[in-house]
Design a binder for this molecule. Structure first.
Ligand code: SAT
Ligand code: MN
Length: 620
């Protein structure tokens, strides 16, 4: 295919390298060979962006291993990456971000829709033209003396009909390296874009890393993203939260599917039967750990298969079940706490070929973080001699970036074009009190209320206070690209299309006693809870009906061999109607923020939930 605007492209007067001259023969078919020639739409956008940002050089990324190694070496030579101990951590590097740029910035993240109501009270909103003006002023000339990298990527298996492509233009080589690990990046993605004729445009510059000149803007109506002033994770790797959640959730709504902040994991029982479940927990609440869970010693014959650790795209399948793909190809996981006891798979996964961000170093250049049993930190995450008076050695939101294939529990079906069928959806958060270890929603609509009512303590994954309980519906508070009221309506509609919808559950691994100790051991032992859920899905496990949903009686949960005091198990499975009445009342007040757009069915579910825990009902 000949680009419509090829002559304009050829006569481009920016003096930029990267556009190769093509000899156009009048009759012979054009031989398109270079990556720049694959999509005229992308080429035109690159040209336009280069005119605005004025880079010294343009590099189109082909996604090859060779390109990755060259770029990584270039950053090592420039002292922007530190190679780690080659004997203990082969092919691993450390990156230190600016100390003021260590997490997502929700207060600087905007959804720019024509009508503010479409973004909803759950998002910061800016009028699109104003947002473009503001961002373009920041981008003008920002790449002078820098290289502009063109990063075509595909979210999802390259041949899946459910996958969606994008192109990130960035001046951060660190972002390029991360995108290579986290997505299917390079030439194959561009070939798919040329076929699809559509892609999400993501423009990113680290700018001066000035927190006062930092914005992450989303334009779902135009399928575009502009991010300036941060080089960190979800602010800068635009395929991840910006595209695969905020923009994708918008697209999913109009196309009849769901883009969710969920891990996807397969649980295989000793009979070889595998159930796939998708779980939505807020950032830094153990999604990666659950996705890579190692069965406890007493669970011989059980296996766990990881499909994804952060994002799920869920589609109703032709058989009336819900199918999930993981749009990502790698993990950008929280490092602190990772050790052979908590998550041996993650620990093994990140021993080689890993980019560490903001961890500490030992005397012999091994990465170190809090929770690691061996080694001692000598240099902290900011590159200073380690001094406990300065706080933790590794930043609490320090991260690893690693290819999913390195995970010992990586599922072959992670690349399945049609995804895996989902038996259960699980919501959860970090709650010291109130929420029991596990409960099952009465049906899909009740499950939507359970998801909408999720609340969790904030973590270091976003800037701001840590440990404050806030509403985080479906763990999507920072990531839904449109009005939550419409989002819940969409959830209800998707459920109505399924003949065999997944069962919906809520879990809380983080319940504490009055002294602040965790009541449940968590990690591997969570399989005991997943087992009950799966056996509920199979119609086998027993449950009691409580005012908030179905729950296991103490005897229904396998706690054999666990050092768990009966009173702790009782506390984990207790439901206090008075506290729940208060909780549902607060959920009602929260839903009121969304006004008349709240679907009537959700209001009805809430009314039912309130009534089931009402004092009259419980005294009667
Ligand atoms: O920074 S990221 O958004 O990529 C990680 C997270 O907060 O979940
Ligand atoms: Mn996440």
């Amino acid at each position: 295919m000949l680009c419509g605007d090829l002559p304009a492209l050829l006569s481009s007067s920016h003096g930029l390298s990267g556009f190769r001259i093509i000899i156009i023969m009048a009759t012979a078919p054009l031989q398109v060979t270079t990556i720049e020639e694959l999509s005229c739409e992308v080429a035109a956008w690159v040209r336009q962006t280069a005119a605005l940002t004025q880079p010294a050089k343009i590099v189109w990324c082909d996604g090859s291993e060779d390109e990755f190694r060259r770029l990584r070496q270039h950053l090592v030579d420039a002292k922007e990456l530190i190679p780690l101990n080659a004997a203990t951590n082969p092919d691993c590097v450390l990156y230190r971000s600016a100390p003021s740029d260590v997490a997502r910035v929700e207060h600087l993240t905007f959804v720019c829709t024509s009508a503010p109501e479409d973004a909803g009270p759950n998002n910061h909103w800016m009028e699109p033209r104003e947002a473009h003006r503001k961002m373009d002023a920041l981008f003008r000339g920002c790449m002078k003396g820098r290289t502009l990298y063109v990063v075509p990527y595909c979210m999802g298996p390259i041949e899946s009909p459910y996958s969606r492509c994008g192109v990130e233009i960035t001046d951060s080589p660190y972002v390029v390296l991360n995108m290579k690990i986290m997505t299917r990046m390079g030439r194959m993605a561009l070939e798919r874009i040329a076929q699809d004729k559509t892609f999400v445009k993501g423009l990113h510059s680290t700018g001066e890393l000035d927190p006062e000149r930092r914005f992450i803007m989303h334009f779902p109506e135009e399928l575009s993203i502009k991010s300036f002033g941060s080089g960190y994770g979800g602010n800068a790797l635009l395929g991840k939260k910006c595209h695969a959640l905020r923009i994708a959730s918008w697209q999913a709504r109009s196309e009849g599917w769901l883009a969710e902040h969920m891990l996807i994991v397969g649980i295989e029982n000793p009979r070889g039967e595998v159930h796939y479940i998708a779980c939505a927990f807020p950032s830094a609440c153990g999604k990666t750990n659950l996705a890579m869970l190692i069965p406890p010693a007493s669970y011989a014959g059980w296996k766990v298969w990881t499909i994804g650790d952060d994002i799920a795209w869920l589609h109703p399948g032709p058989d009336g079940r819900l199918y999930a793909i993981n749009p990502e190809a790698g993990y950008f996981g929280v490092v602190p706490g990772t050790n052979p006891q908590t998550n041996r798979n993650a620990y093994e996964t990140i021993r080689s070929h890993t980019i560490f961000t903001n961890v500490a170093l030992t005397a012999d250049n091994q990465p170190w973080w809090e929770g690691l049993k061996e080694g001692k930190p000598v240099i902290d995450w900011q590159g200073r001699p380690y001094d406990p008076a300065n706080g933790p050695a590794a930043h609490p939101n320090s991260r690893f970036t690693v290819a999913a294939e390195q995970n010992p529990s990586f599922s072959k079906l992670a690349d399945a074009p049609m995804g895996v069928p989902i038996s259960a959806l699980v919501f959860g958060g970090r709650r010291r009190t109130l929420a029991p270890l596990v409960m099952q929603a009465r049906n899909w609509a009740h499950g939507v209320l359970v998801g909408a009512g999720v609340a969790s303590e904030t973590t270091a994954a976003a800037t701001g206070a840590v440990g404050v309980v806030r509403r985080d519906p479906m763990a999507m508070k920072p990531f839904a690209g449109y009005n939550f009221a419409d989002y819940w309506a969409h959830w209800l509609e998707v459920g109505a299309k399924l003949n065999a919808p997944p069962q919906i559950f809520h879990v809380n691994w983080f319940r504490r006693d009055a002294a602040g100790h965790f009541l449940w051991p968590g990690f591997s032992e969570n399989l005991r809870v997943l087992r009950w859920m799966i056996e509920r899905c199979e119609g086998k496990a027993h449950a009691v009906e409580t005012p908030i949903g179905f729950m296991p009686a103490a005897a229904d949960l396998d706690t054999s061999g666990l050092d768990l005091a009966p009173k702790n198990l009782d506390a984990l499975l207790s439901v206090d109607p008075v506290l729940w009445h208060q909780e549902f009342t607060e959920i009602g007040t929260y839903l009121d923020e969304y006004g008349a757009r709240i679907p009537a069915a959700l209001r009805q579910e809430l009314a039912g939930a309130l009534q089931r825990v009402s004092p009259q009902k419980n005294s009667g």
